[in-house]
Design a protein around this ligand. Structure first.
Ligand code: ZN
Length: 275
């Protein structure tokens, strides 16, 4: 009955460096969610395994999902989609919708030019697909999706990023927490950084992990099913029900080695179907 795991693990970036999902242990010790929070997590269809409360009061769920209690309560049961699997809630486009994004630049809490280049590349990848949803980076802090730095300690221990899922009202999840040291410390290329940001953006608009049913496909280790739960893991027509990284290195696989994963043919089918 686990559910979505994700992004963070995606964070599992460079295999050797961050062994992804095995970082989970570290996430378990901090703050235990209250019974109300655990209940809200389950009601939204996520697994409570490994869930913990951050210092800022938000909840970390299934590795890379970061939501507040209010956001959880706003999710109608069964609303999450995956790449080739998606949540029940999707972003309402009414034929065409521009989603703006903002990321602070420079300084201790902002991003380096290389990280911003990665964000721009991720946006360009989506926009090149001619979807009903398009993205645009703006430089004022009033965007639909804010990309902000993870806590420094989390960045140092190899967390790559996190995100949430669309709201019941049809809006994208409004925040991506992304490591700011992917370039400086982990030496990822712009394309590799873009891949991770595109993955988090994918969650924000309703993608679940391509291998949600068995994270070990991309993360290694023991088989682990994130589960469909009540949030939903809807198979996207036209895409495989399985996940095979050797033939389809989807950007929505649970874990990544930090390399470049441009949209595969199946990713594009999924994007076209959803948007
Ligand atoms: Zn993910």
């Amino acid at each position: 009955m686990k559910k979505i795991y994700s992004v963070l693990c995606a964070a599992a970036i460079s295999g050797a460096i961050f062994t992804s999902c095995s970082d989970t242990e570290e996430f378990r010790n901090p703050n235990m969610p209250s019974s109300e929070e655990l209940s809200a997590i389950e009601s939204a269809g996520f697994s409570i395994n490994g869930a913990f409360k951050s210092d800022d009061g938000s909840l970390w769920i299934e590795n890379d999902i970061n939501l507040t209690l209010e956001q959880l309560k706003g999710m109608k049961p069964g609303s999450i989609v995956n790449e080739q699997y998606s949540t029940d809630n999707l972003v309402l486009t009414n034929g065409s919708r521009l989603v703006t994004m903002y990321a602070p630049e420079g300084g201790n809490s902002g991003y380096s030019p290389g990280m911003i280049a990665g964000l721009d590349e991720a946006i360009a990848r989506y926009n090149a697909q001619n979807l009903e949803i398009t993205f645009q980076r703006i430089t004022t802090d009033n965007a639909d999706i804010r990309m902000t730095r993870l806590r420094k300690g989390d960045e140092r221990r190899g967390i790559l990023g996190s995100a949430g899922f669309p709201t019941a009202a049809g809006d994208p999840h409004n925040e991506i927490k992304m490591s700011g040291i992917l370039e400086s410390t982990y030496n990822l290329s712009t394309a590799g950084i873009a891949t991770i940001i595109a993955h988090e953006m994918g969650h924000c608009v309703g993608f679940r992990h391509t291998d949600f049913f068995d994270r070990s496909i991309s993360c290694g280790g023991s088989p682990s099913n994130e589960g469909a739960s009540t949030v939903g893991a809807n198979h996207i027509p036209g895409t495989p029900t399985g996940a095979n990284p050797s033939t389809d290195l989807s950007f929505m696989l649970s874990c990544t080695d930090g390399g470049d994963r441009p949209f595969t043919g199946n990713d594009q089918i999924a994007l076209d179907f959803l948007y």
